[in-house]
Design a protein around this ligand. Structure first.
Ligand code: HAM
Length: 416
């Protein structure tokens, strides 16, 4: 028997209410903040991600689903949503629109990770990108949007972590200080961190191993190395967050796992669990568009995992509205009544009333049991007697009361 590939999951009917609930909240928040939906292909040219996410990152080095298609093109299943949106921004002349261009997406994302609770090889993200504006007020707005989104879901007990990792002017100085510091701890950090020290020093701060975390705790902070422009940007951002009353924590170890970030980075983390549970994260990417061949254009955005939202909705026992189901079941006895049931079901559906009907040959008792299990509001019963008099019995399933009504009056009696 085949099974769904490791790290993927079927979204079964009983889970769908969570997904619809989240999609509605996404659409509502995006309307409030002025984001329009964009859908990009599930796969892109591999180069797009290598270029943007960065060669030294886990995503590019170990996690991308990359293959040659039949035309010999190097293809990658989307491992994140920002680069495709920036590609589309350039491809469709969006630099000519009023800036910032604000786009959101709901999209499946593919990463060959070690699966565990909250971490999958196929997951889904709500992401948004605001491209073409460098004002720190936009950083504050994007962070506020992420925060208000999780609140709108009914979640609580999460915190906002922010940091600034500077720009190409000030970051080299910081990386130098970081490397000098870590050089003194070569023996204490893990083998992977020793490689990071050579290749991608910022990521040293992100290692989850206990020893490495201890070393990271004493490392120099990027905010102490910011150039005057980056420092001013960060100060204005924090002052705006205060104006909005958003509680934040400046976390010097927050560096993010993708190379395109500049200046502001942030994450929203639930209070209960470790790093694998981050609800959402993002930041500025002021050189990404240029890197992809456009004019210098700043941008900022965030992504949030839908599976992790659902995990937290369940954990916090947030009730989501159930999806609408047919409210009527038609039971019938005998072939003539079955034909009438087929006719009535079609008529009722044309009037917008959801109907299920009994199939096969079952006793009335079995049909009523079935109708009870499905959980409809009404059962319509059609038998010989009813056919002769042109009527049907309607049973209210909650009160168990029954009444006989003319067939042509069924719709009026079945409006729930
Ligand atoms: P990211 O932090 O890699 O950022 O992913 C964003 C969110 O997606 C995470 O916070 C988490 O909720 C969810 N997520 C990531 N990987 C998995 C996984 N394997 N299984 C389940 N959920 C996962 C980005 O992807 C950036 N593109 C975000 C961004 C947008 N930055 C700027 N704009």
């Amino acid at each position: 028997m085949y099974q769904a590939p490791r790290g993927t999951a079927d979204i079964l009917p009983e889970e769908q209410a969570y997904w619809r609930y989240i999609e509605q909240k996404v659409e509502a928040i995006c309307r409030l903040y002025g984001y329009e939906r964009i859908d990009t292909p599930v796969f892109e040219d591999a180069g797009l991600f290598i270029r943007s996410v960065g060669e030294g990152t886990d995503i590019v080095e170990k996690e991308m689903y990359t293959f040659k298609d039949r035309g010999d093109s190097q293809i990658t299943l989307r491992p994140e949503g920002t680069a495709p949106v920036c590609r589309a921004y350039l491809e469709h002349g969006m630099p000519n629109l009023v800036q910032p261009v604000k786009l959101f997406y709901l999209a499946p994302i593919y990463r060959y990770e070690r699966p565990q609770a909250g971490r999958y090889r196929e997951h889904h993200q709500f992401g948004c990108e605001a491209i073409g504006e460098a004002d720190p007020a936009l950083d504050a707005e994007v962070i506020d949007m992420a925060w208000q989104f999780f609140i709108s879901l009914g979640l609580n007990n999460f915190s906002l972590q922010i940091n600034s990792i500077g720009c190409k002017t000030c970051r080299p100085e910081y990386i130098k200080a970081l490397c000098e510091y870590y050089n003194g701890y070569r023996d204490r950090v893990c083998a992977e961190c020793r490689t990071r020290l050579e290749r991608n020093a910022l990521r040293l701060l992100d290692c989850k191993k206990p020893d490495c975390r201890q070393v990271a705790a004493g490392a120099p902070s990027s905010v102490d190395y910011l150039c005057p422009d980056c420092a001013a940007h960060f100060n204005r951002l924090t002052s705006y967050l205060k104006v909005m009353g958003l509680p934040f924590n400046i976390n010097p170890c927050l560096v993010r796992g993708l190379d395109y970030y500049t200046r502001t980075v942030f994450e929203i983390q639930p209070d209960v669990e470790g790093a694998q549970s981050t609800l959402g994260g993002g930041g500025r990417y002021d050189v990404l568009i240029e890197e992809l061949g456009g004019k210098p254009t700043p941008g900022i955005g965030f992504g949030a995992g839908i599976e992790r939202m659902i995990l937290n909705l369940k954990r916090q026992q947030v009730a989501v509205p159930p999806l609408a189901k047919p409210g009527v079941f038609i039971a019938c006895l005998g072939e003539a009544a079955k034909a009438e049931a087929v006719r009535q079901a079609a008529l009722l559906r044309k009037k917008g009333i959801g109907v299920l009907m009994s199939l096969g040959e079952k006793s009335l008792k079995a049909q009523l049991r079935q109708s009870n299990t499905i959980g409809v509001g009404y059962t319509v019963i059609l038998g010989e007697n009813e056919l002769q008099t042109g009527t049907a019995v309607i049973r209210n399933m909650a009160s168990a009361q029954q009444e006989t009504v003319p067939l042509n009056k069924l719709p009026e009696h079945l409006r729930l």
